[in-house]
Design a protein. Structure first.
Length: 717
């Protein structure tokens, strides 16, 4: 397996990234390092590879399974999500994401594995949907989207299961110790798959099995050898004598057996030769009887007559064919004569129809010529153009009133905003003196509080705490008539602080009102500026509209009338124009109908002329066909007499062939006669072959008698 290209979109901390492992930099490097600060996305790259291949990641496998609350309520029991779902790796705030890995499998083919997750409708605030997977070969030979099949195929292509992949190829943070602590068998299996040396383990197992099998066979042979006991000399001599006796008996029996086999072979051959002789003799008898039969002789005569009657059969066939053609021509004469009469009548009707249509066309052309179509069209365009100009003028006057109204509204808004701004300016100016007074009062109370706080400072408190009742205060000169405590000093400051607080609230309130009034003034000034800009634009537009309206009034010749008179004059003139236009439309419609009828009649006339030409052509063809048929009948009569003379000469030269026989022979074809001749020749060839076989078998029987064995009495039975 070899990684080639990884594409990441909205997975964990990576929004979009593409890593080309086979590019110019990484493709040449024997090793490379993924480094970066915490949260840069190093683990996300490895997670994306795992997701594309296996649909799982070590990051989520180690998270405890806790059910999560859905972003949208659902009644489906299957829509339950947990904290360790891989779909939780979707980038925060994204509606969809995927991991796409291009890699070369163990079969040396390129594959693309895709893991993809969406939220409903691809909206970031919608619920998560189940992830989907896809595995396909780049050359199009494989494609699968079922998870179970993809899992098996990835294991086949990589040679590693998910757990093995995580313990070797992709070790998650803190997981390397698990590989080190794996038992010997697990480490061996993983390392063999990584290095491709599992074949040596298989060879070792097969060698061990072969060794155990050979060792077992050797042990069995050893046990059998140990069970064998050796003979004594006397027992060995007795067995040798017995062996010689048996050998002598076997030799005698073998010689006797060979003699019997020779006799049996001779008798078998003699019986077989006799059977062959009888079979050949029977075949010869059947073939001779077949050749002497009446059907055989008739077939021979048929073949002979067919071979000598070739010219006669050809002459007879031509004679009959000529006779049939003459009959067909003679029978077609009445029909051809009838066709000529009918064609002549159709030709006359077509000519009359064309003349009638020509008269109708001339009549309509005359009616159209009486109407001045060009003047009619020119008048119609002049009236419609005048009507459009009047309609445009009415529309323009409406626009002029609209522009004037819009300008008036804007001027009213400007007036209202100006008045409101003056009022807000007065409010702001009215608040300036109270704000200054409140500010001055706040400063006074602040100063008083500051002095009071100084007077009750820690030093003063310490000095006064030493005074006795009846003594005078060295600071203020007052008589101390009671004991002074800290609470007493604080009680002196409380009224001052309350007064300062009230002064501060009053100042802030007035200041806030003053600032609000100033903001309103600024807002009004901005709105006045915008409205004045709109007024300028509206004034410019109104001026353009007035100029255009004046030009249009002058163009239609109503510049001497007032605005109200212009609208009335336009409306009245348009009513008159409407009546005149309708009259011209009726005339145009009449002309169009006449032209339409003229086109139809011209098409009918053209079709009628074409049809008349076809009728004339058909009539000419029918007349020509009748003339040709008369000539053909005369030619066939001449041929008929010549063929009859040829047949008469054939019968003179072949008196054994009659007309009836020749007619019968004509019913056969060459292949039938050839097949019959081959069958007859085959019988003769078979008879010759069987006679040759008879001579050969008789010779073989005579030679077999010369080597007859000496039989005992009754051995031949």
């Amino acid at each position: 397996m070899q990684l080639k290209k990884l594409t990441i979109h909205n997975i964990a901390s990576i929004e979009d990234a593409t890593i080309d492992f086979s590019g110019m930099e990484l493709g040449k490097a024997p090793i490379f390092l993924i480094c970066g600060e915490t949260g840069a996305g190093k683990t996300t790259i490895l997670d994306s590879i795992c997701l594309a291949l296996y649909g799982e990641t070590p990051r989520m496998t180690s998270v405890s399974k806790e059910e999560l609350e859905l972003m949208e309520p659902s009644d489906s029991r299957t829509e339950r999500y947990y904290s360790n779902d891989n779909s939780q790796l979707l980038h925060r705030g994204a509606g969809e994401g995927f991991s796409k890995l291009l890699f070369m499998g163990n079969d040396d083919k390129d594959y693309e594995a895709v893991w993809e997750v969406h939220r409903a409708h691809n909206k970031a605030h919608k619920r998560l949907l189940r992830p989907t997977r896809l595995l396909c070969a780049v050359d199009g030979s494989y494609s699968e989207n079922r998870i179970a099949e993809i899992k098996a195929k990835v294991i086949e292509l990589t040679g590693l299961e998910y757990d093995q992949f995580c313990r070797t190829v992709m070790l998650a943070q803190g997981e390397f110790t698990k590989f080190l602590k794996s038992n010997k068998a697990e480490k061996s299996e993983i390392l063999e798959k990584l290095t491709g040396t599992e074949i040596y383990s298989k060879l070792g197992i097969r060698i061990a099995e072969k060794y155990n099998k050979v060792k077992g066979d050797w042990q069995q042979l050893k046990e059998e050898i140990e069970r064998v006991s050796l003979l004594t000399d006397d027992e060995l001599e007795a067995k040798r004598n017995r062996q010689e006796e048996i050998s002598r008996l076997v030799k005698e029996k073998t010689e006797a057996r060979l003699g019997i086999i020779d006799k049996l072979t001779w008798l078998t051959t003699a019986s077989k030769n006799e059977d062959i002789r009888k079979s050949v003799a029977a075949n010869i008898t059947l073939l001779e009887e077949s050749m002497e039969s009446e059907s055989y002789r008739n077939d021979r005569i048929l073949v002979r007559d067919y071979e000598v009657s070739g010219e006669g059969r050809a002459a007879l066939a031509n004679f009959k064919k000529n006779e049939e053609e003459m009959k067909v021509r003679q029978e077609s004469l009445p029909f051809l004569q009838k066709d000529v009469e009918q064609a002549s009548m159709l030709e006359k009707e077509a000519t009359e129809k064309c003349r009638g249509l020509e008269q109708d066309v001339a009549s309509i052309e005359e009616a159209i010529d009486k109407i001045d179509v060009d003047k009619l069209t020119k008048d119609y365009h002049a009236l419609t153009d005048r009507d459009k100009m009047l309609a445009d003028l009415l529309t323009q006057t409406e626009k002029l009133r609209g522009d004037e109204k819009a300008l008036s509204i804007l001027e009213g808004q400007n007036k209202e905003l100006t008045a409101r701004r003056e009022e807000n300016i007065k409010k702001a100016e009215a608040l300036r003196e109270p704000v200054a007074t409140a500010d001055k009062e706040l400063s006074e109370w602040t100063e008083k509080l500051s002095k009071a706080e100084m007077s009750v400072s820690d030093m003063v408190k310490d000095l006064r705490s030493r005074l006795k009742k009846g003594e005078h205060c060295p600071v203020c000169g007052a008589l101390v008539d009671k004991e002074i405590t800290d609470e007493y000093f604080e009680s002196l400051l409380t009224p001052l602080r309350d007064s300062k607080k009230r002064a501060e609230i009053m100042y802030l309130t007035l200041k806030s009102n003053e600032e609000a009034a100033e903001k309103l003034v600024m807002s009004d000034e901005k709105m006045i500026k915008r409205v004045q800009g709109k007024i300028k634009n509206a004034s410019d537009a109104l001026e353009v509209t007035r100029n255009k309206t004046a030009q249009m009034i002058k163009k239609v010749g109503l510049d001497s009338l007032s605005e109200e008179e212009i609208e009335t004059a336009c409306s009245k003139e348009r009513e008159d124009l409407s009546i005149q236009i309708e009259i011209l439309k009726e005339k145009q419609k009449l002309v169009e109908n006449l032209q339409k009828d003229l086109r139809k009649l011209r098409k009918k006339l053209k079709d009628a002329n074409a049809a008349a030409e076809k009728v004339k052509e058909t009539a000419a063809n029918v007349r020509l066909k009748l003339k040709e048929t008369d000539g053909e009948i005369k030619a066939l009569n001449t041929t008929h007499e010549r063929l009859w003379e040829d047949m008469r000469v054939f019968f003179i030269n072949n008196p054994e062939v009659t007309m009836a026989r020749l007619t019968k022979l004509a019913t056969y074809n060459q292949s039938e006669i050839q097949s019959l001749k081959e069958r007859l020749d085959s019988v003769e060839d078979k008879l010759k072959l069987e006679k040759g076989k008879m001579e050969a078998i008789l010779t073989q029987i005579s030679a077999h008698e010369q080597v007859r064995p000496d039989f005992e009495e009754n051995e031949t039975k």
